[in-house]
Design a protein around this ligand. Structure first.
Ligand code: ATP
Length: 137
């Protein structure tokens, strides 16, 4: 089995979707092996999204991701990274397939409810960014 990293973003927490999103993740065969509610600082968000720092939406993304709590988690399943990207759907909820988490719960292209790692390598980097060894099971 492999692992991926996810965040339930501030929009979905504000809108009361944490329980429904975790239910959908569990029902789709992912085991939660780490989880916490936390809030990213400006520096955290700038570092986490450093790959996007030249993009026009970077400051909007940092403001959004720091405006309230998130739920960070590590998920385990066969083909975790790719199967989780399928479960969350396209970045823009209006392009996301029916039944996907973004189709069901996202607000807009920027405020799209959830993050999912895009590779095994990034899943590990992002997991270590948010969790210490004692918080991962
Ligand atoms: P994530 O990395 O959060 O799983 P993703 O891989 O689907 O999302 P990326 O292209 O890596 O999408 O963009 C990272 C995040 O930046 C998006 O999830 C979204 O919140 C935000 N974002 C992307 N494009 C835009 C845009 N054009 N305007 C505003 N925000 C955007």
């Amino acid at each position: 089995k492999s692992r991926t990293f996810t965040m339930i973003k501030p929009d979905a927490v504000e809108n009361g979707h944490v329980g429904a999103i975790l239910e959908k993740i569990s029902a789709s065969g992912f085991k939660i092996v780490a989880m916490k509610m936390t809030q990213m600082s400006k520096t955290d968000a700038e570092n986490f999204y450093a790959i996007h720092n030249e993009r026009p939406f970077f400051s909007e993304l940092v403001t959004f991701m720091t405006r309230g709590p998130i739920v960070a988690a590590i998920l385990e399943k066969e083909n975790a990274v790719s199967d989780f990207r399928t479960l969350i759907g396209a970045t823009n909820p209006s392009d996301a397939a029916d039944g996907t988490i973004r189709k069901l719960f996202a607000t807009s292209l920027g405020e799209n409810a959830v993050h999912g790692s895009d590779s095994d390598e990034n899943a590990l980097i992002e997991s270590v960014f948010h969790f210490s060894g004692r918080e991962i099971f």
